[in-house]
Design a protein around this ligand. Structure first.
Ligand SMILES: [Zn+2]
Length: 198
């Protein structure tokens, strides 16, 4: 009888520990989503590559799309399409050095919300409603590694992530370029957040 009581006590302790741990993990993760999302979800995200881009850009962006397809694509699946109208993410590149709003960034994401066209670039313009598709614009003349890293970050924006606060998340592709915690590919924290949104 005594043994059984001890067993029950230990079981309760284990359960409580697990519950508290999961709460603290959730608290850690939960600061870089705003709740709005790509309307069609992430179970099959179609992407389109502007054919005017070089093969370096095309290959690097494909690599970036695939890097979001984590754990056997359990959460996010991606498919390249050649028809722009069936794509949720369109990629292009250009020299925008003379555009003061974006000249320091390597890329930016525009959101297409039903009827109102694409939003202007910038963190302040993150949509307050769900969106139908995105246009990711990358700066030209980037290296392969820079394209992969930048595309991974912009894809995160398109899927519904904003920039995390420095003190909370250990590592993320969604930190800004000047952060030491910024990775060049999605982390488990990023995918966990995506999983929460959809
Ligand atoms: Zn960003």
């Amino acid at each position: 009888m005594k043994k059984r009581k001890l067993g029950s006590f230990l079981l309760i302790v284990v359960i409580l520990t697990l519950v508290l741990f999961s709460f603290s993990v959730n608290a850690q993760y939960g600061d870089y989503i705003v709740g709005h999302k790509l309307s069609s979800g992430v179970s099959n995200v179609h992407y389109y590559l502007d054919p005017s881009m070089s093969s370096t850009y095309q290959n690097a962006i494909t690599s970036a799309m695939n890097s979001w397809c984590i754990s056997g694509c359990d959460v996010i699946k991606v498919t390249q399409v050649t028809d722009l109208n069936s794509a949720e993410i369109k990629f292009s590149n250009k020299n925008y050095v003379n555009n003061s709003a974006t000249q320091t960034a390597r890329g930016y994401t525009l959101y297409y919300i039903n009827g109102s066209g694409y939003t202007a670039p910038g963190a302040a313009s993150f949509p307050t409603t769900d969106w139908l598709r995105c246009s990711v614009v990358l700066k030209d003349n980037l290296s392969f590694a820079e394209i992969v890293s930048t595309a991974c970050h912009e894809i995160g924006h398109c899927l519904g992530l904003v920039h995390p606060s420095e003190s909370v998340i250990p590592s993320s592709v969604m930190f800004t370029y000047d952060s030491t915690k910024r990775t060049n590919a999605p982390t488990i924290y990023d995918v966990t957040q995506i999983n929460k949104i959809y």
